[in-house]
Design a protein around this ligand. Structure first.
Ligand SMILES: [Zn+2]
Length: 292
């Protein structure tokens, strides 16, 4: 959903602050090693039985994962919950069920990949249900409209937070094949932010992957925009036609929730996402296909 994208220096002009001094670099290396050690300690803790029961009760895809992948997600959840702060909004009391239902879905995006656990994210704010937010929309050049909109979730590159509506989180977790999942959507934005931009391009492993990604995503984004303008039905939610960042988030929802259909109708897009996420959701999806 909505992502705020404040102005940011052009990439060519920007230099990471840690390049300033070798001594600071040493400190960062030590800090990184200590962080990794702490995470390994967290991941090796026994997973509480009542936590596992809450995940099995609320998160539909979890049952269909291979045993090794279930174990990996549980390890990620231990680290995720230790590092992220949860806050209830509008009187919502944060429970283990809420934390686990969000964490299990977010950690699906980390499976089989080297991860730094959504490094731009500090806090997860949770409303009981859809909430109202101020929004300024551009109608035409120099013409803006201000008003309130109803939202199920949002995040921003410089906000350090993800905002979620609990009832949408719960219904998204319960149905793993309807193509709608607010947690996957908002945490896909967090992956997009990992390389300091909100441009629909997450941190990719190689120059070759970047070239391929740009080519495929530009073409698929243009196709979705054209379909949206002409009213042609699409598998991808046309909210993805808003901009490349939303296109990536909407594609991630489809990749995990409707992988068979996405692979058939958008094979190049599916291949890029499969390569980035290093997993193939057709292996565990509950999506109904024509073969069922
Ligand atoms: Zn979005």
């Amino acid at each position: 959903m909505a992502v705020s994208s404040p102005p940011f220096p052009k990439r060519a002009d920007w230099k990471p602050p840690f390049l300033a001094s070798p001594r600071r670099l040493d400190c960062l290396v030590i800090f990184g090693l200590l962080k990794q050690r702490k995470r390994r300690r967290l991941q090796s803790r026994p997973f509480p039985k009542e936590w596992l029961e809450a995940i099995k009760r609320n998160v539909a895809f979890f049952h269909r994962l291979a045993a090794g992948d279930q174990a990996e997600i549980l390890r990620h959840i231990q680290a995720f919950l230790a590092e992220k702060r949860f806050e209830g909004c509008d009187g919502l009391e944060i429970t283990d069920e809420i934390r686990l239902t969000i964490a299990a879905q977010a950690c699906l995006l980390l499976l089989h990949r080297k991860t730094d656990y959504f490094p731009r994210l500090l806090t997860i704010l949770v409303y009981p249900s859809a909430y109202m937010a101020e929004e300024k929309r551009q109608l035409q050049e120099h013409v803006w409209e201000e008003g309130k909109t109803t939202r199920l979730g949002e995040t921003g590159r410089l906000l350090g937070s993800v905002v979620l509506a609990w009832d949408a989180v719960r219904s998204g977790a319960a149905d793993a094949a309807d193509g709608k999942n607010v947690v996957l959507h908002e945490f896909a934005h967090q992956l997009d932010f990992e390389n300091f931009a909100a441009d629909g391009v997450p941190a990719l492993a190689s120059g070759e992957q970047q070239i391929s990604w740009h080519k495929v995503m530009q073409s698929e984004f243009a196709s979705l925009r054209a379909a949206d303008e002409s009213g042609i039905p699409t598998l991808l939610n046309t909210y993805g036609a808003t901009d490349p960042a939303e296109f990536f988030a909407v594609s991630v929802e489809a990749f995990f929730e409707q992988p068979h259909a996405l692979r058939v109708r958008h094979p190049k897009l599916y291949a890029e996402l499969r390569s980035y996420f290093n997993q193939d959701p057709t292996e565990y999806s509950s999506e109904r296909t024509t073969c069922d």
